[in-house]
Write a protein that binds this ligand. Sequence first.
Ligand code: ADP
Ligand code: MG
Length: 236
Amino acid sequence: MKKELLRAEKINTIGELAASIAHEIRNPLTVVKGFLQLNSERKEGQLAYIPIMLEELGRAEAIINDYLNVSRPKLEKIERFELAPMMANMKILLDPLANIEGVILLSDLDEGLYLETDRARLQQALINLIKNAIEATPSGGVVTLRLKRRGHEGVITIADTGRGMSEGELSRLGTLFYSTKEKGTGLGTSVSLRIIEMMHGQISFKSELNVGTEITVVLPLQQDVRPSKAKLGGVG
Ligand code: ADP
Ligand code: MG
């Protein structure tokens, strides 16, 4: 399998350039959405297109939020948390999607690995990657989530038995707006790359056409600084 380490630099310039535009668009969208919501309550049944408009506006809003995340990402709420329960929770969130696609989601998670970072952001980064894995995998296939300790690092792998990517596709992955999906935004991977980079982590992809893809995310672990009972002088 060919291995490629992705660098987020390739999206910096264009990301920064458009950040201000994206920010300006988000505000009017939010206002229009608010008015439409009011309208749909008052004239229920008359304006059947309103739910569609709301859905499309919601989609535009999601794209812009993703876009802002790529170009101006921020870690907001920093907290200490254990990785295994967070990943188990993500599996629960994504099981319905896997079910719809006929994909089996498996997990093998080491316990006792702690991080100190923005939990919601990390979850967002991983969910983008796992969603891609599920979407690339045909019915009957498997997506496996693993979490292992490697020294002072946590190693997360997301392996799928999906369609895989050619070398050309692999080299375009993480480029803004690159998507092979009919309704894809081509932003998910870019968002994930930026978030992992901000967390001083590394991300790499191995893929083989018609065999599958394995994504590896390596994150620096938080050392367990709490003194153990033994160190405090207690016995037993
Ligand atoms: P989107 O999912 O909206 O298309 P992404 O940035 O998340 O945007 O992914 C970009 C493209 O990379 C996808 O359209 C797909 O072609 C490819 N891709 C990403 N992950 C995988 C994977 N696990 N297996 C095969 N192709 C993938
Ligand atoms: Mg995606």
